[in-house]
Design a protein around this ligand. Sequence first.
Ligand code: HEC
Ligand code: HEC
Length: 200
Amino acid sequence: MKKIIFISLSGLLCLAAMKSNYSYYDTESPPSRSENENISSENFDVMMKVITHERCMNCHPSDDRPRQGDESSVHHFDIQRGADGHGMPALKCSTCHQSENNDLSGVPGAPHWHLAPKSMGWQGLNRVEIADAMLDKTKNGGRSLEEIEEHLTEDALVLWAFEPGVNNEGKPRKAPPVSKEAFIAAVKNWIAEGAKIPAK
Ligand code: HEC
Ligand code: HEC
């Protein structure tokens, strides 16, 4: 604790980033699962290796507690999501998490660091269920497919996972098993090919 530098950040950036309304599934019905049985799932496989990695999942819990570390243990200091994912009034994420990694204290950081809303809680779901939830506008913050592509390939929290810094013992955190470039290419190709989710 004593090593932590207390700097407050405005978490409001994320609100500005919330946009919606471009419609994909409103005009085209989603591809049916049975039609997808024989598709090549190569891009999907690469993409899901990243999405199911603990660097992402630690911020996408199904309850109110962020996880930490490669074993995804409950976050120290009894941290709770709070009303808006930025923590409780007395202990905001931004009290400790800055806009970049602090490799002296081992606190990870990226702009607008906070917990994904509960509707985006993927913990306990399999990869097909995660993909379904990710495309479901009632759960994904009203995002169109185009906006999901943008989020997956440009959002600061997503990109952080590929350069996750060191933990509080000074050991490098594991990055996902796929490079950032390979992930971005897989996302773009998967979406360009109709965002088909394999049967399992
Ligand atoms: C009192 C300081 C403090 C507060 C407040 C805090 N964190 Fe952390 N957080 C840490 C420290 C220190 C670590 C590093 C632990 C480690 O990896 O050794 C950490 C690690 C994490 C990780 C783990 C990253 C990974 O993949 O291993 C996540 C996720 C996280 N915090 C999310 C949050 C969220 C979301 C909030 C607000 C709701 C929050 N934290 C509030 C200090 C804090
Ligand atoms: C520090 C916490 C944090 C980390 C790490 C994180 N996310 Fe998120 N994620 C969020 C928050 C917060 C939102 C909601 C943002 C919003 O709606 O404006 C979100 C939203 C999303 C969304 C859009 C919603 C949806 O269901 O389609 C996707 C996709 C996503 N994250 C994927 C990832 C992937 C992939 C990774 C890892 C490479 C990752 N996230 C890592 C916090 C995080």
